[in-house]
Design a protein around this ligand. Sequence first.
Ligand code: MD3
Ligand code: FE
Length: 210
Amino acid sequence: MAQPDLFGGPDLPKGVHVLRGFARDAAGAVLAAAEAVTGEAPFRTMQVPGGGTMSVAMSNCGRAGWVTDASGYRYSESDPLSGKPWPAMPEVIAGLARAAAETAGFPGFAPDACLINRYEPGARMGLHQDRDEQDRKQPIVSVSYGLPATFLFGGGRRSDPRIGLVLEHGDVVVWGGPARLYYHGIAPLKDGVHPMLGRQRINLTLRKAL
Ligand code: MD3
Ligand code: FE
């Protein structure tokens, strides 16, 4: 890695950069910007191809938004609920992602997609890979706010052993190199009350999708 992680821990696979508290001071500004986005493009739960509904509620900003429905997963340049383009990515969010990526050794990260995930108690995300993006050499930056969540990640195969990592308010993780395609998921959110966000966790996942 180009620069050491702020708090890496000894056992993280190559390409995983955990920046504990990196987004903490920006929480007020970032969450206000995210609220402006979800005022235009409200949180919704989406259908998955298998016939179920995700427990995580989602919205997007930026040129491309990640969507799923009965016909599959893809990036869309418009919000299927409104037919309009997604709200622009607020500079405070893009700038935070760029700074985190640079700290992790990926200068020049220019995300065009920001998925906003809202977890309420019990919501989870099953084990999956992120493979809907064109350029898999670009890292992914994830920013966590609100209640803590247990993030699970394995390796390049679904059957690989998994490591658990608790992500807390203000933590940022940059996933690059081999880790970019690792299987990962979020365990069911434990109930609790966060002083800033109440009974929820908000995750922003920033990608170069197109
Ligand atoms: C590891 N979101 O939206 S963010 C997702 O907390 C997603 O909402 C989770 O997985 C969440 O696709 C995890 C952390 C994350 C994002 C992308 C990754 C971890 C990743 C891509 C590759 C490996
Ligand atoms: Fe993912």
